[in-house]
Unconditional design. Structure first.
Length: 85
């Protein structure tokens, strides 16, 4: 399972699983994903302005560990199934 990170202006915004780099690129081009980034906010501002480029890269080891821990917690709490991405 490969973990990727979406970055906006050099800031890590979201970590997610994808099978390939091409799949990861498709995730960040997905309308639902992009809509979520415009709704979610930090310090009262949306994570994404709807215009700025979103870049994809492999997660750093610390980011991957954080994603895996968060996923394991969600599975334990019954929020997602183990097969869910």
């Amino acid at each position: 399972m490969t973990v990727y990170v979406a970055e906006i202006k050099g800031r890590s915004i979201a970590a997610f699983h994808a099978n390939t780099g091409s799949d990861a690129e498709r995730v960040v081009r997905d309308r639902v994903f992009r809509d979520d980034l415009m709704v979610l906010a930090t310090r009262g501002l949306p994570l994404w302005d709807g215009v700025t480029d979103i870049k994809v890269r492999l997660a750093r080891p610390d980011e991957e560990a954080k994603w895996r821990a968060s996923r394991a917690k969600a599975i334990r709490q019954g929020n997602i199934e183990e097969n869910d991405i």
